[in-house]
Ligand binder design. Structure first.
Ligand code: ATP
Ligand code: MG
Length: 402
């Protein structure tokens, strides 16, 4: 006997009416998408819970996959058997064995089909006795067991459910709105994107690209990062913005100490316009406090002045080592550390101002007009859609660029 299904629990928060339907639909969509490598597996929704029916697919591999999907609180292997004592005993044993190191257990039976002749009180010792007789060094503990095995005698069959495995938590991506992720090729911004997605946010990404100072490979890296993020929810399209002209103008016309700050303000202005055009209600960045010159409180204040969009910065509360841990866990770290230059490292001044002010930034910017440059950059930007490891060109005229 083997497990034939996985029970998915998600009803943790008060989800009502329309929210619940959206939540369930998104969760179901993400399950379908992630379970594509397991073509026989089917998703079934019944009265407030969801099952993945394995139909012969490998239980552990499907479990590993489901454990990465946002919106699932916990999961358990389960098996449906006939209302035969021998089958039920075997299923209880299988469920017990899923908890490898359990020393104590409890059987919790529920008789929903009242026509079944054995009551739940009588069923518990029958099934528990079978486990005790066939396992060494194990005892029953009804108050605080290492593992609780649930047995439901229903009209159609008996369902035996093993221990809880933790899910990824959060909310299914696409249930709480959309944000524009400023995606560099670095370690931080993909992690920021991941954490935002975990709270149910669908993402589009924007990347500032400065050819020939930055290579096609640097851009490819960003697209691969977007693909990794797509694994956790809806697919993430990338707006690629040609940024060379603006950077050159900044280098030419702005004081060196402020070039970094002003470059970031330009990025923020462009991001806001793209977000607005796409109907996205916020901007997400990988900024953290204190890491580099551009990430002081003064710098954040000066950059933020140019937008009144909410800027989500999930990493402000995290240490670099913790950020790296997440990057490794979500498989973006090895892509991020590939050594291609990004536009900021190419143009970075030797001594960027660590304490810029709004007044100075406005004063310097007032001597040059960037409006047209910004418009041109937006006009010349293009979208790349990252789908399940495939890069799809959205606009035909860009064919041949890659
Ligand atoms: P990351 O590891 O994400 O590159 P970082 O530690 O290098 O971040 P900064 O260079 O100060 O920090 O960048 C701060 C944030 O600005 C990035 O996390 C990202 O959200 C955004 N950003 C920087 N460069 C780009 C770019 N070329 N395209 C899009 N966004 C960018
Ligand atoms: Mg960076």
């Amino acid at each position: 006997m083997n497990f034939d299904r996985i029970l998915i629990r998600y009803g943790e928060m008060a989800l009502k009416g329309k929210n619940r339907r959206l939540f369930e639909r998104k969760l179901q969509n993400h399950l379908y998408k992630k379970l594509k490598p397991f073509p026989k597996a089917k998703v079934e929704k019944t009265q407030g819970r969801m099952f993945v029916l394995l139909n012969g697919e490998d239980p552990q591999r499907v479990m590993d996959t489901c454990q990465k999907i946002f919106g699932i609180h916990s999961l358990s292997f389960a098996v449906k058997v006939e209302k035969e004592e021998e089958d039920m005993k075997e299923a209880a044993m299988l469920a017990f064995q899923d908890a490898h190191n359990a020393k104590t257990f409890k059987i919790s039976s529920k008789r929903i089909d009242k026509n079944y002749p054995v009551s739940s009180q009588d069923l518990n010792p029958i099934l528990g006795g079978h486990i005790l007789r066939n396992t060494e060094g194990v005892t029953v503990d009804v108050h605080n067991p290492d593992v609780e095995i649930k047995v439901e005698v229903r009209q159609d069959a008996v369902y035996v459910t093993a221990q809880d495995h933790p899910g990824a938590g959060g909310l299914p991506s696409g249930t709480t709105g959309k944000s524009l992720l400023m995606l560099s090729g670095g370690i931080d911004s993909p992690v920021a994107g991941y954490l935002t997605m975990k709270r149910g946010v669908a993402l589009e990404a924007i990347h500032f690209h400065s050819p020939p100072y930055t290579s096609e490979r640097a851009k490819q890296k960003v697209i691969e990062l977007a693909e990794k993020l797509s694994d956790f929810g809806d697919s993430v399209k990338v707006h690629v913005v040609p940024f060379t002209a603006i950077q050159q103008k900044i280098a030419r016309e702005m004081p060196e100490g402020y070039s970094m700050t002003i470059m970031r303000r330009m990025m923020m202005r462009i991001s806001e316009q793209v977000a607005e055009k796409q109907g996205l209600l916020s901007i997400t960045t990988g900024e953290s406090l204190g890491q580099v010159a551009s990430q002081t409180m003064e710098s954040m204040n000066t950059i933020n002045e140019v937008t009144n969009y909410p800027v989500i910065r999930p990493l402000v509360a995290m240490d670099k080592l913790d950020i790296i841990d997440v990057a490794k866990k979500i498989d973006t770290y090895d892509i991020s550390i590939r050594p291609y230059e990004d536009c900021c490292t190419v143009f970075v001044p030797k001594a960027p101002k660590t304490k810029p002010t709004r007044e100075n930034a406005n004063y310097y910017e007032s001597s040059s007009d960037f409006t047209e440059d910004i418009e041109k950059a937006i006009d010349e930007s293009y979208i790349i859609e990252a789908h399940h490891g495939k890069v799809v060109q959205e606009e035909d005229e860009f064919e041949g660029l890659f």
